[in-house]
Design a binder for this molecule. Structure first.
Ligand code: GRG
Length: 298
């Protein structure tokens, strides 16, 4: 296993242990709620956003994550998982499978999935707002504000609402970009920002660069997702590349062509690496994660 894979596994284990502890069915008046939450949270997942929180903190301090970094990593994964549980609902994407397993509303029922998503969202803010000895409450407040802003009506929810409002309608490249900047990009940028904020004063001067970096890889993440969708369709259905999948829904390959989308992905990658390479050795792991995000196969 290479160094990045080892590192990602370490972070994943750490986050999953904390998520597991956070949701306990013991003594609950309604164990089904916790069971549905666990299903939404602990059914696999790459845990990329927590890794971004950790590695952004590492770039700022050269140190291992502190308690605030760990809280932020868990909180952002709770928000991400809630968004997937709700996105899979019949009223939205109506998906039966997520991460190769039945989605929450299939494994349980629709009401349980809605409530589990709601509760996961609350849990994120509860966990990040719990007072921690030795850390200024004002910093926690700033982090909460960052997470709330990225998740809500100016961030992820806005992107989802725009997406639903434009189903079946053509989008311009600018509209597609604005939608993804909100829908998936805002949370990815927030992950990088939260890592820097958890570094305290060591992160302050790096925030503008890290925000820009987050925006670039948020977009790169989405383009790679679109490309993987096309490759998946081609592999399972034998469709020629760039046919149905690329033409029927607004995606980067549909608007830019396959080669254009790949070229744009490479451009975003190069610009993102250009920002990180000014930070010396402490950025090495974040650089490796950036390569992974752009080249991932799932
Ligand atoms: C329901 C408010 C609300 C928002 C939903 C994130 C989102 C908004 C919808 C997901 C739709 C989707 C599949 C977008 C593609 C990019 C994406 C977020 C993929 C899933 O993220 P990964 O690959 O997932 O990090 P894992 O399973 O690894 O956690």
């Amino acid at each position: 296993m290479n160094r990045l894979a080892q590192l990602l596994q370490q972070h994943r284990n750490q986050v999953e242990q904390q998520l597991d502890q956070l949701i306990s069915t013991a003594g609950s008046i309604e164990p089904r709620l916790q069971q549905t939450m666990r299903h939404g949270l602990l059914n696999g997942g790459k845990r990329l956003r927590p890794a971004l929180v950790y590695l952004s903190h590492q770039l700022c301090t050269g140190q291992l994550p502190n308690e605030l970094t760990k809280r932020a990593a868990v909180a952002i994964e709770c928000i991400h998982s809630y968004s997937l549980v709700h996105d899979d609902l019949p009223a939205m994407d109506d998906d039966d499978l997520r991460r190769g397993q039945p989605t929450c509303h299939i494994a349980f029922d629709e009401a349980s999935a809605i409530l589990a998503g709601d509760a996961l969202q609350c849990l994120a803010f509860e966990h990040l707002s719990e007072p921690i000895n030795g850390y200024p409450a004002a910093l926690q407040l700033r982090m909460l504000n960052t997470l709330a802003r990225a998740s809500g009506e100016r961030g992820m929810v806005a992107g989802q609402a725009f997406d639903l409002a434009h189903v079946g309608k053509p989008l311009t490249l600018e509209q597609l970009q604005a939608m993804h900047a909100c829908k998936t990009g805002a949370l990815i940028t927030a992950a990088v920002e939260l890592g820097a904020l958890s570094a305290g004063t060591a992160g302050d001067d790096k925030l503008p660069d890290l925000r820009r970096y987050g925006d670039l890889i948020g977009l790169a993440f989405q383009i790679q997702d679109d490309l993987l969708d096309i490759e998946g369709d081609t592999a399972t259905l034998g469709k020629p590349q760039g046919s149905d999948a690329a033409q029927n829904k607004p995606t980067y390959p549909a608007l830019l062509g396959l080669d254009g989308a790949r070229a744009r992905l490479q451009q975003l990658h190069d610009e993102a690496i250009g920002i990180l390479s000014t930070y010396g050795d402490d950025a090495d792991d974040l650089i490796a994660l950036t390569h992974y995000i752009v080249n991932r196969d799932h």
